[in-house]
Design a protein around this ligand. Structure first.
Ligand code: SF4
Length: 426
């Protein structure tokens, strides 16, 4: 018989251990596994085409004209001096460019009228020329197709969100990484963009935002992501130059916050490590898309060189060095990489390296009936996300902007080219 005192002396009841429900550890019998090789790569011109990874950068057909944004302030002063102009004018030109977002000599009323054209002509030549601008998402997204001095074309996408305005820039014309789901990858690499050609995309976007081109009125460009055409790490030197122009305070650069800038890579491990040492605390985004080498070898050809484990080790070291949490990009592709066991494998890989260092962004694809590159069912997507969250991984399903105007990189350039070829034939 128990007494009240007995009850008070009794050891407190331990909470029942809560079993953390894990996803399956590997493929489950009977599951469907679609492979990247089940269909020719996107944009391939023959049915037996295979992705061809290439690190070769073809020689440029003539150099881009020299431009203020290719140099730091000291370099701009030297360029003016070499041209027989007053070096201190570099400071004024830089302020017009980086704070008023203009390269128009007429706007530069603080420069002597007789010298404006010469000064602007020396350091602010036209580098990118608008071929087409498409608006989507009720005018909150604008996608631009640009032509460069040698006729090469690249794209950028400007997007307005509730709390930020983001530009997605291209760092190369074409791309040598040959991801089979990407139209740009099948074009191959045409050339690297110069620092100033990258920075000009940013300057146009800052000007367009300030002018109120996006629905909702004037805005301040706050974020830049390197997720347009190209693999930024292959164009490392020019990309790092562009990062400096974006982050350095005026008159050196735009003075954007490094926190708002994201460099995305499919996984060039030595260059991830090099970027960590640049002292530029930008966000690193790893386009992972598969946690297992078996699938990733087929899905992201660079995986044949640097495996998932090496890539995640480098990404984790990037976090340790910069203090910036790494984004893991994961496009959910129906029956290819969206299995619950892959979500569990991804969570295990991340947790094995520590907690809180990575953030997963599952990206829903557009529905493309008849293609292997199509979206997961809502139920599968929910289960994938839930498996990650249950394992303690911060997970945010990405908003896929521009989906009604050829969201994937390279598609607008390909479409315009096809239309022009069609017109030429007619
Ligand atoms: S997805 Fe990115 S890295 Fe892969 S081919 Fe396309 S542009 Fe290149």
């Amino acid at each position: 018989m128990s007494t009240p005192n007995d009850r008070t002396r009794r050891a407190p009841r331990r909470p029942e251990p809560v079993a953390v429900r894990r996803g399956p550890a590997g493929p489950v019998p009977g599951e469907v596994q679609v492979l990247p090789t089940d269909q020719p790569p996107e944009g391939a011109t023959s049915p037996d085409a295979r992705p061809r990874l290439s690190f070769a950068v073809p020689p440029a057909r003539g150099k881009a004209p020299k431009h203020l944004a290719d140099y730091d302030l000291a370099g701009r002063k030297k360029a003016l001096k070499d041209a027989g102009l007053q070096p201190f004018r570099a400071d004024q030109l830089s302020r017009h460019y980086f704070t008023r977002f203009t390269r128009d000599a007429e706007d530069m009323t603080d420069l002597p009228a007789g010298q404006r054209d010469q000064l602007a002509g020396e350091l602010l030549p036209e580098l990118i020329h608008e071929v087409r601008a498409l608006r989507a998402d009720g005018g909150r997204t604008i996608k631009h197709l640009w032509e460069l001095h040698d006729g090469v074309r690249v794209e950028s996408v400007l997007m307005r969100y509730k709390d930020r305005t983001t530009l997605c820039v291209s760092s190369q014309a074409g791309c040598g990484m040959a991801c089979p789901f990407c139209a740009t990858g099948q074009m191959g690499l045409t050339r690297n963009l110069s620092t100033a050609e990258i920075v000009e995309q940013v300057r146009y976007a800052a000007q367009a935002s300030e002018r109120g081109d996006l629905t909702g009125g004037p805005a301040r460009l706050s974020n830049v992501v390197f997720m347009g055409m190209g693999e930024p790490m292959i164009n490392y030197k020019n990309v790092v130059g562009a990062l400096h122009r974006m982050i350095d305070p005026a008159p050196e650069g735009f003075g954007l916050s490094a926190r708002g800038i994201t460099v995305s890579t499919v996984g060039l491990v030595p260059l991830i490590r090099k970027l960590a040492g640049e002292g530029l605390p930008v966000t690193l985004a790893v386009s992972l898309h598969a946690p297992d080498d078996e699938l990733r070898d087929e899905l992201i050809p660079i995986n044949s060189k640097w495996k998932v484990g090496e890539l995640l080790d480098a990404a984790h070291d990037y976090y340790e060095t910069t203090g910036r949490r790494v984004s893991i990009e994961y496009a959910l592709i129906k029956d290819m990489n969206d299995h619950a066991w892959r979500a569990q494998r991804l969570a295990d890989e991340l947790n094995a390296r520590g907690h809180g260092w990575a953030h997963v962004n599952p990206i829903p694809l557009n529905p493309t009936p008849g293609s292997i590159w199509t979206c997961s069912t809502q139920e599968t997507q929910d289960e994938f996300v839930e498996t990650l969250r249950r394992a303690g991984i911060t997970t945010t399903v990405r908003d896929t902007r521009g989906s009604d105007i050829d969201g994937a990189c390279g598609q607008l350039a390909t479409e315009v080219l096809n239309q022009e070829r069609g017109r030429a034939k007619a």
